[in-house]
Design a binder for this molecule. Sequence first.
Ligand code: WT7
Length: 649
Amino acid sequence: MAINLGKMNAYPFQISSMAEYNEAYQKAKENPEAFWADVAAHFQWIKPWESVVESDFASARFAWFNGGQLNITINALDRHAHTKPDALALVWEANDPKEASRRFNYAELLQHVERTAGMLRRLGVKKGDTVGIYLPMVPELVFSVLACARIGAIHSVVFGGFSAQALADRLNDASCKLVVTADEAFRGSKTIPLKDIVDQALLLCPSVERVLVFPRTGAEVPMAKGRDLNWVEAWSNKGNETLGYPETMEAEDPLFSLYTSGSTGKPKGVVHTTAGYMVWTTYTFVNAFQYQPGDVYFCTADIGWITGHSYIVYGPLLAGATTLMFEGLPNWPDSNRWWELIEKHGVNIFYTAPTALRSLMAENKQGPEAFALNSLKTLGSVGEPINSEAWHWFKDAVGKGRCALTDTWWQTETGGIMIAALAGISPEFPTYAGLPMPGIVPVLMDSEGNLLAAAEAEGNLCLEKPWPGMLRTVFGDHERLRQTYFSAYPGYYFTGDGCLRSKEGMHRITGRVDDVLNVSGHRLGTAELENALNFHPSVSESAVVGFPHPIKGQGICAYVVADLAGQTRFETKRELLDLVSKIIGPIARPDLLVFVPGLPKTRSGKIMRRILRKIAEEQSEALGDVSTLLDPEVVKAIQKAFVQAKEDR
Ligand code: WT7
């Protein structure tokens, strides 16, 4: 196969002034075909596309660059390895500051991905197979993700903080054939027994045939004969080298599936496809962060979440950037770790989450004062609304008042950044994500489905047009995609977020309007949490709501109707917290557990969550009308139990 490895022009689609933004925005809105064809022309195609975009909101079918053929790794690796082999692609920093960094230039990264791809092929992984990846933040995670993309296998990365049960659910849903994991993960001063968790999960996963185990900590772990293989041994096989060639992929072939929580119980496998995702992550990376060739870019997310997929791996590498990947925690060995990393590697663009900023502020507000952080020029925030205090601290203490700050709103489903200031170009307002990216047409709706036409408005955020990076389906359940995102407001994509629009057209995301919580930037469905609690034999019913939390953004408050059966409240509480950790993971442990005699229900049996939310928010005076409840008296008992639960802590 002949691949033309031409040079990617220095981002002709990069916007560099407000006038250019306005022009791009208008063109993308009025003539998306021409606009996106221009952008897509700067990538390497094996065969050009036939149509730019096909969309049908009613059936929730969308296609971008249909008829085109490509391999995303040719664009992320081969192209740069050809034109600038010595440029740094990936820099890795270990959990322990005493452990040496690892660095890979584009030629080396390509070679490592080729060998990994060859290893997977040799182990029988084929185009269209799904591969589960449950690894710590080590370079082998990047190799594995890109190796899957190279051979056309669909990667399904599972965040290392999920439990065996949650891992099993995800591996089963995607029918993964092979799992890549490690013996253990380092996490600050602790280790997490990843292989042990995989072993437990695999008791429930008949589809998994092979397990590759990367030795990260060197712990002795049991290896199942015929199933488990040591990564180092398998990787060093000479046969891998010749098997690392890129598969020819259709534009709409699935690239990966990534699970995320919704308002119903079961997490959804959000599926992104090849060409549109490639175009969208590159376009948004280059524009939102105003990346310039040579910049060192550091995103603190975990590759187990979409931020890591789009803005540690794909976006930066597609743009030919240097991406810094960090295995550890912001506050270990102490809370200056990130500032040290920024200085050590000369980071220019730093992308992180409000929850981390708030916890660093709480631990050591003066921390950044001791660091000049001269290299920084752009700061980015993602994952949840950024409160004013965190915004100003980020801008002033970290950015020393001289960096652009972009607050980027997007979702697992959107593939990439949707509403954000283009760093240093479009206006910045604390707590506002700002203006939409070209191609994105946000609208606000009231709950009856009326479009809010006034410039200044608050409502449910919907999107009017398809965009290249949008999710294409829910793994194995297309109807669920249609139901979840395209049925509430026919003809629109419904985000699940509330939004305030200023008269200047700036957008401020106010948080989820559905039963989804955002806890320390982690998305959790209340139904998922309730299902876990209801597994306990003494629990007959439960209801979970969020409440404002100074560090986590939202805390989890669980109301539980339980028959303590001779146990103390404390014993049952401990069991329930452990149960949630076991079924979902430690990230889902409720902050408050309230034992209540009953839940506030209407005569038709619907739980009035509004009341539970108000109590959890400690705004009992604002409960509103409770007269439609079957038993209005239960409210007082819940309020009393809430006070008790706070005292118990
Ligand atoms: C939800 C999506 C985007 C990658 C990380 C989270 C919230 C995300 C912002 C922001 C206010 C934000 C929304 C969204 N969210 N970014 N800049 N300002 N809220 O991805 O896990 O799919 O969660 O996170 O509520 O719907 P996710």
